[in-house]
Design a protein around this ligand. Structure first.
Ligand code: AMP
Length: 120
């Protein structure tokens, strides 16, 4: 799938839309989700143009991938949930209901999160 440079996270990376930033480095930006689903709900995104996890895993450089992985752990730690526990989640594609077509990982924490997926 082609990357849409006007998606909302691309606009956040370019500074066209504000965000509640919690971390930034050369390759990565992290900010609070606008509709939090847990006391801690942070989104971590690469600054590069990748549609989803599948695209990021296939196309991003080793430096981008390493920076991203380390940033997710760092943001979780700095959000205070490394001891109590947290969940990371990346939606890819229609069955996962991916809404924003710029790769992102959700970090959820700050409460008991229950089972991985709701029972049908
Ligand atoms: P997903 O279903 O994984 O694509 O989730 C997209 C997430 O982006 C949702 O949790 C939204 O609440 C969040 N979101 C959408 N627009 C913004 C925004 N402008 N700032 C922060 N989070 C946003």
């Amino acid at each position: 799938m082609a990357y849409d440079r006007n998606n909302v996270f691309a606009r956040i990376v370019r500074g066209e839309i504000p965000c509640q930033k919690v971390y930034e480095d050369e390759h990565v930006l992290a900010f609070n989700d606008i509709r939090p689903q847990a006391p801690v709900h942070v989104l971590v995104i690469p600054k590069g143009e990748y549609v989803s996890f599948d695209d990021f895993a296939a196309e991003a450089s080793a430096a981008e991938q390493t920076a991203f992985l380390k940033a997710v752990a760092r943001v979780a730690r700095e959000s205070g949930v490394a001891e109590s526990g947290y969940r990371i989640l990346a939606n890819h594609g229609p069955d996962a209901s991916q809404e924003v077509l710029h790769f992102h990982v959700h970090i959820f924490g700050g409460k008991r999160l229950g089972r991985m997926l709701p029972r049908e």
